[in-house]
Structures are given as structure tokens and as C-alpha cells.
Write a protein that binds this ligand. Sequence first.
Ligand SMILES: Nc1ncnc2c1ncn2[C@@H]1O[C@H](COP(=O)(O)OP(=O)(O)OP(=O)(O)O)[C@@H](O)[C@H]1O
Ligand SMILES: [Mg+2]
Length: 293
Amino acid sequence: MPEPVLIHQGKVRNVYDVGMGMLWLESTDRISAFDIVLADTIPRKGEVLNDVSAHHLRMAEQGGIKTHYVDRVGKNTMLVYKLDMIPVEVIVRGYLYGSAWDRYKKGEFRLPAGTEPRKGARFSTPMVEFTTKLEASDRPVTIDEILRNGWMTTEELRYVTDAALHVHQLVAEGAALGGILLADEKLEFGRNAQLAKVPILGDEVGTPDSSRFWDALLYAENFETGRDQPSFDKQYVRDFLLHKRGWDEQRPPAGTHLTEPLLTPEVVESTTAKYLEAMERIMGRHNLIGANS
Ligand SMILES: Nc1ncnc2c1ncn2[C@@H]1O[C@H](COP(=O)(O)OP(=O)(O)OP(=O)(O)O)[C@@H](O)[C@H]1O
Ligand SMILES: [Mg+2]
């Protein structure tokens, strides 16, 4: 096998070209908050991302969706088919929250019919949106813009929308068994004509970094009182930076890579514990099934 060549270093993952039309996706223990990469690392975070993503990619394959997944080749690393990525991120939303809620308040977001117009409300039916991938900050794009720019054909758009809703349903059902609500998630698709005529599901799927997970037991009370729904993963880190490191007043610009650690051992430990808990709750049942088959 040729020497792996590092071709991309993201906020969390390293991508290596390993030849023969394949890549290694390595999930590291790096963590970002507010789009700022911390100098601190979270032990075992990378392995959680790798395993949870592999789990969901296999689940999607079993559901008849073509994915880039080939094999899990190390604790932190997955072998995938190299795709020509479509420059649009696919967002599936099950709840009115985050930027969708902000846009709704400004009159810029249409609710699915029959949805209660309140923060955290469950949509009557999940919906798909698209955002740009190549610009500095994610911006919603219309179907018109996607077609006009040639980012996807009408057929690809239709396929990607259906596949994204299907993946969302599979991930949400699996998470629900562990008492976790999937609020929304980001998916990416790419092309590889040798593998399939239709767009192929790539990148990471259903990880705490690409999805918003909530604790099902806390949802109703937070919804009733209008409080924020704590996200399952980085909440400790975000709260600590906001309230103990003054980031609510002032913080480095998005995209900064910090060089000095900021977290306490307790925050790091609790965050590792949260990622592990998410993994166990999401994969628990499937792990048992896997062990018997
Ligand atoms: N099968 C694939 N073939 C080619 N590129 C892929 C494939 N799967 C994922 N990618 C791309 O690999 C990169 C993964 O890197 P990573 O997610 O760490 O960084 P990023 O998305 O560029 O930046 P960010 O730090 O904001 O996530 C992404 O650009 C993703 O689109
Ligand atoms: Mg990414």
C-alpha cells in the first residue's frame, strides 16, 4: 500500500489519501467550541466519533443507502471510498431550535404545518435544508441557487432529500432506544461514478459533533419552561468557557487555534464521560445485536 498522505486537517479530523481511490478519516481528540479549536484535548473523544459514525454508516447501508464506508481500520480511523464532495451541507431538522429558531423569530423560516411556534418544538414532520459548505460561515441556500450553480441536479436533489430523511429516521430511532432525542443533524454527500449513479453518503454520520442530541428525560421540562435544551456533548465545555473563562463577554474569533489549555481536569473528565455515555446509549442495543450475529 502507498504511504498515506495527509491531504486535509480539519478542526477535528485528519484526512489521508491512501491510494486506490480510498481515504483514511482519522478522528482526533481535538475539540472545538464556538468554532474555536482548543489546545485541550478530550481523551477518547476521537474513538467515540469513529465508532458512532461507523455504526450509523453501517446502519444506513443496511437501510439501502449507499455510503463511503469501507472498514474501521483503527481505534480512531475509518477507511472510506474517496468521493467528489457536493459543496452543500444537508441539514435535517426534527425540532425548532438553534439557527432555525433565530430565523423563525425574524420571519425567515417556514414551519412545517401544524408545528407549535415555540423554541424546541417538535416538527410535525422532519425537514431538510441546505447550507453552503465552502463559505466561511454556513448560509442557508435555496433549491434554486443549488440548481443554478450546478451543485446538484434535480434528480440528485430529490435523491439526497429522501436519503437524508431516511438516515435521520434511522439515527433518531436508534438514539431513542438509549433515551436520546436527535434534534437535528448535518450530512454530506459526494459522487463516485464507479460506485453508484446516485450521490453517496460521506463524511461523519450521527456523531455528537455533527448532530444535536438531547436527553429525552429532560426535554419536556425544558420545553415547558422555555429553557435551552442542553446538548449531550460539549455543554460542560461551552458553559465553562462562557462563565469561567469570560467567553460570554469576549472570545477569540471563529477559526482560531488556541495554544494554551483552558479547561480544568474536571471539565475534561466530565466531557469524556459525556461522550462515552452518548456512545453507550446510542450503540448499546446494536452492540448486543452485533455480538450475537
Ligand atoms: N469520502 C470522502 N471523500 C472525500 N472527502 C471526504 C469524504 N468524507 C468526508 N470528506 C471531507 O473530508 C473533510 C473532513 O474534515 P473535517 O470534517 O475534519 O474538516 P472540515 O469539514 O473541512 O472542517 P470542520 O473543521 O469545519 O469540520 C471534510 O471536508 C469532508 O467534506
Ligand atoms: Mg466537517
